[in-house]
Design a protein around this ligand. Sequence first.
Ligand code: NDP
Length: 329
Amino acid sequence: MVTAKAWVLKKHFEGFPKTSDFDLKEVKLPNLKDGELLLESVFLSVDPYMRVYSRRVMKEGDIMIGTQVARIVESKNPAFTVGAFVVADSGWRTHFISDGKDLHLLPSSWPESLPRSLALGTVGMPGLTAYFGLLEVCKMKPGETVLVNAAAGAVGSVVGQLAKIGGCKVVGCAGSDDKVAYLKKIGFDEAFNYKTVKSLDEALRKASPDGYDCFFDNVGGEFASIAINQMKKYGRIAVCGAISLYNDSVPQKGPYVQVSMILKELRMEGFLVSRWSNRREEGVKALLKWVMEGKVKYHEQVTEGFENMPMAFIGMLKGENLGKAVVKV
Ligand code: NDP
């Protein structure tokens, strides 16, 4: 019998999550039935959506929601062999039993040289968010100018690089000088630290005096209200995330977007990457190819130790991560 460790939501988050909101539990797993497999998590993802969804889909005492790369350690399911790696959506736990449904095997073309944790980042859900958000929501075209915020994070860093591959000019902003230096290193045309510029409005204008055709918004709130004024006529805004609002106990108030949207005839569309679940394979294949060719670079913020998951999650919300934040068990 295997005993799994699992992190549960002890108390619903009020404002910024605290380590005391989590509890580490032990869960005894039963023996496998026919058709089932036993998996051990190797890398776990910490993502902003966990903060947003905790209130919506979880009750206190539930195991934290989340995704992992896991290795099959025992199998009574002929479709899965021991030793294979999958992406699973089984929450913050070290071991779990699955019937094989909803598991995604890592592509057979996955090279040994590439960390498997990328299946949670650049070649996983965040990369797919960048891919479909740019292609299907922003509908970027060569020669256009793309703005992305939280640009040094998991989604943003891929957005910028895919926009470059697509022949666009890319402007990114992030919350530290080291992150800005990284953005320039991976090919962003312009990058600035939104925390230290005197005026966000001026910094955006300086980075692209003609304005922006596409705005891939990961942050929302005040940043978005200011950026909207710098859109070109008929600009497109992909509302991907609103991390500046997730920890608010009291909702923020305007300025409101309607007048800018009317005068510039903008299109603004919220989206969830799950809309393109049926095209997951296409996206993973494209991202893996670009990574292998060196056209898309990656960086990961790896926290060692399952016991440090809450710390890694809170650190990511605070902006301590460069690239994708993952936990190595
Ligand atoms: P990141 O790797 O970008 O990590 C979060 C980053 O957000 C931090 O590193 C920090 O970077 C930035 N941040 C935190 N607080 C603020 C703030 N108040 N203002 C501005 N920036 C802030 O996370 P992801 O790439 O995984 O996610 C990015 C966004 O995309 C999130 O909003 C997320 O919810 C959304 N998302 C949406 C999906 C969808 O299907 N629609 C799917 C996946 C993600 P910095 O140092 O630059 O401040």
